[in-house]
Design a protein around this ligand. Sequence first.
Ligand code: ATP
Length: 811
Amino acid sequence: MIHAEDWQREQERLDLVTGELQTAIAGIEPEVSGLREQVTEIRKRFWEEVTVNTSTDEDFEETFYSIKQQEALLSERERSHRVRMQRYKSMKRLLPSPYFGRIDFQEEGQGGYEQVYIGVASFATEDGLDFLVYDWRTPIASMYYDHSPGAAAYETPSGEITGTMTLKRQYQIRGGKLQNVFDTSLTIGDELLQQVLGKGADSQMKSIVATIQKEQNAIIRDDKSRMLIVQGAAGSGKTSAALQRVAYLLYKHRDRITADQIVLFSPNPMFNSYVSTVLPELGEENMQQTTFQEYLEHWLGTEFRLEDPFAQIEYAMSPETAPGYEARMSGMTYKASGDFLQALRSYALWLGQEGMLFRSIRFRDRELITAAQMKSQFYSYAPTIRLANRIILLRDWLLRELAALEVKELEADWARDELDYLDTEQYAEAYSTLLKKVQRQSAVFDFAEQYEEIYGELRGQEQGEENVFDYADQEEELLLRLIVKESFKPLKREVRRLKFIDVTGLYSQLFAEDAEAYKQMTGNAAVPELWADICGQTQQKLDRLELFYEDATPFLYLKELIEGTRTNTIVRHLFIDEGQDYSPFQYAFLKQLFPRARMTVLGDFGQAIFPQATNLAEADSSLTELYGEEETALITLVRSYRSTRQIVEFTKSMLPEAGIIPFERDGRKPCLIKLGSADERTVRMMQDIAALKTEGLDSIAVITKTADESREAYEALFSHGAEGLRLVTKDTLTFEKGILVLPAYLAKGVEFDAVLIYDASAQTYRRESERKLFYTACTRAMHQLMLYSSGDWTPFIQGMDESLYDTRTVD
Ligand SMILES: Nc1ncnc2c1ncn2[C@@H]1O[C@H](COP(=O)(O)OP(=O)(O)OP(=O)(O)O)[C@@H](O)[C@H]1O
């Protein structure tokens, strides 16, 4: 606490700033109240803006126009409205609590010192000369997070400013009144942090601007690395830092980057709702959010039924004795590996020489162009031309062939039959369509769809079909053309979409149960164990037009190696949360998809629960290789802010390599509750839940291993009259407070006041591969962790130092 005089001075200054804010708000209010919130919702799902990179003029033009269109959407007028609205909103946000920190800084070589008050936005006096509050993201404010009183420095665009920090102070202000003031000497006030962390869990993630720690600040402000990797223990603030980083980037690059150009890949849809309030709280728009599964669904969902990662993990947890289990697990690991990635790259090179597979083009039960014809045409192109470019040449050849075949079809009986069958109405309709088409020739040239048609018609003119537009004479002839053209349209569309490539066949060809052939096709890649079984399983799925989760990304990767890569050049920053759960494939993919984006990957290898896990901190990991060491920075966070010291000590002993260190906040030890029989579990849990609620711990999770177990727990608790109970499944979209029942893999990234592990017996968590899943479940608890079992405890607890937990026995 500070002296009474100081307190008085601070309250006076606060009153002054509040008064200034009120005056400024009153001044701008009439102006903005007339402005409705502008319709600036221009965001589309980002992959819909994706265009395929090819070298043809047609595609180039298309890309060019799509970008132009994007730019035009943000008109100048909207922009100025937006600026005023933002200023208004930021002042309104500041009003109840204009700042949370202050530093006094004496710049080297300058007389006097500056008092820098720091808040969630900047606020200056009317003349703009005196900054009453500095935005936490300004360069000078960085000292607040990086330094203790004493020598201090900060970076500006024109170089480093050095000097001395003579004071560092923190405030808690509510409704314009000072509640608390702390002077800090060492790291940013543990006192304030203690208070913040001691509070109950929310249904939404909170902003941490007032208490950002130094190592988190390094993540937030990193502006140099192309790839920023954050390996952080459970609860170390990775997601929090990521969101503050988004806010920082939007502020620092406000003239260049909009929220639409930042994409966050989340672990599941519910997580999106959990984090959605942080940026608006900081006065910024939310970035785009998606999951990798959504991306896969977008590109493969129409052709295949895709398994999702949660179904995959459920499979991994199913009994090992099931037929084919070992092979599937071996396949999962292999298909996620860098070796398989390399094998596919080699396979694409091999396909450049031989082995391509095409689908014949069929029309009215006839084969118009055979697969063999396509293959021979394809390999007639110089092998020096890139595979994807040869595909484009083939595509254009096919379109030309189809145009020629279309002319032949004019003679066909079916066309004349169709013409004869047109009734008056259809006839009139066809005629008016025809008229419009010809009129459109003089309108804007839309190369995508109309190119072929207009080209065809023009060619008709050139070839001496005089007076094409003399409908009176040539009406029938033209209608015939129209009929044939309409019938050929779907064929051409499919060709433009490159459907003539048999990608499924090409992927399947790899899994032909012939290890030697596989080696030959893939530059001598080694095959994993149980290869024949892996092949059988993969083939079986493909035959059913289904894809395992582990196959979806490699499949898409192969498709792009052949067809050319899809890119999105709009996105500038990519954030990947729970980054340990992505395979090298997925990373290679994301790099390719977003060539102009920097990547921030946040994760914890200690929580790597999926078979495709990537170790983020490994020196030569595929992640470091992605952009190369030079362009990659790794930051490690070890301190957990989420859980009490007792919970951290407990979880840490289960997984010492996770390197988790508790923040000094005390609570009760985790409690192991031994039940005489499983039937007693529900009764006991109901009692414990009631007691937790009485203590004010009202965000409670009952965490199970599987979705089935969740359902069982939900029904048991429900039948015992539990109130506010919610069953969370992989389809749940919103995160709400209450008593949630959910499987551990869906609890990733979120937290609760209290966690109840439904069944921590050796029967349920037995396999070593489940250790991290169990650890992840336990690390969700902020204040209280309770574990139940009616049999032996899981081996992850059994050998543990008994002083780390309390026990209760229910007879
Ligand atoms: N500097 C900080 N000040 C206040 N609270 C913090 C700070 N850093 C983290 N926290 C709090 O700690 C909790 C855990 O943070 P967060 O969820 O960001 O961690 P995480 O590393 O993403 O965790 P996990 O990997 O286990 O999901 C949150 O409640 C967050 O508000």
